[in-house]
Design a protein around this ligand. Structure first.
Ligand SMILES: [Fe+2]
Length: 238
């Protein structure tokens, strides 16, 4: 009986149907896009975001977006030679894999650069602080809007602070890996910061407590960087 079972199993395995998934994965393309190292150590954001979460988030999730985007680009000559921003601007016209993985690459690259070690990010520069007061009443008003928008995002997505074409700030949310630069975004604008509300961004530390993660996240926001982005966005519309 045991021999028969072994024969059966070896017969099944010989079909190749149960070969390890890795053998089915096409080789990782070299480009055109690449995964940059994080601008800080994996543990730099602790205790707000733990090192293991950062390691998996950057090394596996972000890497997968880059690899899958590269595969899509290499398979579609019409997409070659475009910058990531150009791909975002026409995401609605491209295969959904470009929208999802291109968005994933842009969003995460932007996200890493939005953060710094806890309590070292300073405060909004005066011009940004004035724009926040005008749109939300106060910095606490902005935080409340982000908490509300982040909690309301069903499933996976992002919550953003953007500057619209009129120079006014707004908090928005996008599903999946969409972002406010995409032609498909309900509300478009220049992103000043984005927070990742996919469970992979916080689950090890916060489990299902997304609101706790959203509250803690303010400690790692690099306001100097966000203020620079605002200054550049204002210069463009002036
Ligand atoms: Fe993510």
């Amino acid at each position: 009986m045991i021999v028969e079972r072994r024969t059966f199993l070896s017969g099944i395995l010989a079909t190749g149907l149960f070969a390890p998934a890795i053998a089915q994965t096409p080789p990782t393309p070299d480009g055109p896009f690449t995964l940059a190292d994080l601008p800080y150590a994996f543990n730099a954001l602790e205790p707000v975001i733990d090192a293991r979460t950062m390691e998996i988030h950057h090394g596996r999730h972000h890497r997968a977006y880059v690899d899958n985007l590269n595969r899509a680009i290499q398979a579609t000559p019409a997409l070659q030679g475009q910058t990531l921003e150009q791909l975002m601007a026409r995401a609605g016209s491209y295969p959904v894999t470009v929208r999802n993985n291109g968005g994933g690459h842009w969003n995460h690259t932007f996200f890493w650069k939005t953060m710094t070690a806890p309590d070292l990010g300073g405060a909004p520069a005066p011009m940004l602080a004035a724009a926040i007061d005008e749109a939300f009443g106060s910095l606490d008003g902005l935080k409340a809007a982000v908490a509300s928008s982040g909690a309301a995002r069903f499933g996976s997505g992002w919550v953003w602070l953007i500057m619209g074409p009129d120079g006014r700030l707004a908090v928005t949310s996008t599903p999946n890996q969409d972002n406010p630069l995409m032609d498909v975004a309900e509300v478009k604008g220049v992103p000043l910061f984005g927070n990742d509300v996919w469970e992979h961004a916080y689950y090890l530390n916060y489990q299902n407590r997304r609101s706790d993660y959203l509250t803690a996240w303010w400690r790692v926001v690099d306001w100097r960087r966000v203020s620079e982005r605002h200054e550049q966005a204002v210069a463009i519309i002036r």
